[in-house]
Design a protein around this ligand. Structure first.
Ligand code: PLP
Length: 401
């Protein structure tokens, strides 16, 4: 005899309404970020994944993505999976066992492609960049000269410690002198700051949905240059990864055929997120991100808190704040979430809390609410801050431009 699900297997299953906070939390952490209403609505649509409407949606997604990636390359591919899946797609298709690969490692996220390359048997060298600094083109060039890798990877913004690799363009240029493929993780930065794939000679750009694009997590995009595509097409052995095989993914993304059942609703959401970027224009979107992030930084410093990274290599997309002595990220994040209904992030190994400035997070009303909540949290915990001065600095910075 089976009884109802509640009484037999899993007592007290509640509805989502009972689980979710009564007042939604403002998502100001390091992703996922809030999504616009239009994106949320698109994400509720299910259509035939192989029909004519889907084909039209896919063509538009690719066209808009080319603008956002700043590339004329045909080779935009979507991935059902997190940004890490798009990273894995790039790595496993471009590298064969034994190929040499240089991973420029600024921290938690940028070490990941090195790890993926190691797992498929590539010959991996890691160039470790000190925690508080951006990658130095001279050191990268020296490593390339010695090691002669087939490809290098680097992150534009290392979300974990909030470092900005501002020399990305220069590093790509140097790598090209040695014929390396350049793979860039732009997960948190794409559409928040300039990245010119073609002009900067980047071969692969990877992004996820849930950060700069202000879309849902779980559907990602990767763009390959013609040179990268050539490597993929000329590869002889069969890839051991079936889902991530670009040659199979091409069926869906370029030939309107079947690979696997595409994440239809997620692609609809991505379409709307990209459309919003295109409507806003990259130029205005970059300006909005810079203005909001700088104002938030001014407000945080105005309160008397310290930012983790010096201005020259500081990432604007995610702001890292030093935690005052005697407190932990958990203390701060739990308090601001439970009392002020604002979600911010701790970190992977750094003594900081992080506030995101990606997509919808960069709205003035979100800045005021978040900074106020941060100041109140600090006061509640007994940390001395000048909250009124911080709020005033935020306002002054927003008005000064
Ligand atoms: C978030 C992030 C990732 C990982 O994205 P997932 O969607 O969690 O796989 C990779 N790189 C950077 C720079 C990120 O910010």
């Amino acid at each position: 005899m089976t009884d109802s699900v509640n009484s037999v297997h899993t007592p007290l299953i509640k509805s989502l309404d009972d689980i979710l906070p009564r007042e939604p939390l403002l998502m100001m952490g390091a992703g996922p970020v809030p999504i616009p209403e239009r994106v949320a609505r698109a994400n509720s649509v299910v259509i035939n994944h192989l029909g004519d409407v889907m084909a039209q949606v896919i063509d538009q997604v690719k066209a808009m993505a080319r603008y956002v990636f700043q590339t004329e390359s045909k080779w935009v591919i979507g991935v059902a999976g997190p940004a890490s899946a798009a990273m894995e797609m790039a790595i496993v298709n471009l590298l064969s066992p034994g190929d040499s690969f240089l991973c420029i490692n600024n921290g938690f996220f940028s070490s990941r492609m090195g790890e993926m390359a190691e797992r498929i048997g590539a010959n991996v060298k890691t160039l470790d960049v000190p925690t508080h600094t951006a990658a130095d083109p001279d050191l990268v060039e020296r490593a390339i000269e010695e090691f002669r890798p087939k490809a290098i990877s680097l992150v534009q913004g290392e979300t974990s410690n909030t470092v900005f690799n501002y020399s990305l363009e220069e590093i790509a240029k140097r790598a090209k002198k040695y014929g390396c493929l350049v793979i860039v993780d732009a997960v948190c930065t794409l559409s928040t700051m300039p990245l010119k794939m073609d002009q900067w000679q980047v071969d692969v750009v990877i992004t996820g949905g849930q950060k700069g694009l202000s879309c849902i997590p779980g559907v990602s995009l990767v763009a390959f240059s013609d040179a990268a595509w050539h490597v993929i097409q000329n590869r002889e052995e069969t890839l051991s990864h079936w889902c991530f095989d670009v040659k199979l993914a091409e069926n869906f993304w370029h030939k309107h055929g079947y690979h696997y059942t595409a994440p239809v609703s997620g692609i609809m959401a991505l379409h709307e997120a990209l459309k919003l970027v295109c409507d806003e224009t990259l130029e205005h979107r970059f300006a909005r991100h810079e203005r909001c992030s700088k104002a938030l930084q001014a407000g945080i410093e105005g309160m008397g808190l310290d930012l983790f990274i010096e201005p020259s290599s500081r990432l604007n997309s995610v702001v890292g704040i030093k935690i005052p002595n005697g407190f932990s990220a958990t203390d701060i994040c739990n308090h601001i979430s439970s009392v002020y209904k604002v979600e911010i992030a701790g970190s992977f190994g750094q003594p900081i809390v992080r506030i995101g400035q990606m997509g919808e997070q960069c709205r003035e009303h979100n800045l005021f609410r978040t900074l106020h909540a941060l100041g109140s949290t600090m006061r509640d915990l007994g940390i001395k801050v000048d909250q009124p001065l911080g709020m005033a600095q935020l306002e002054a910075a927003l008005q000064s431009r």
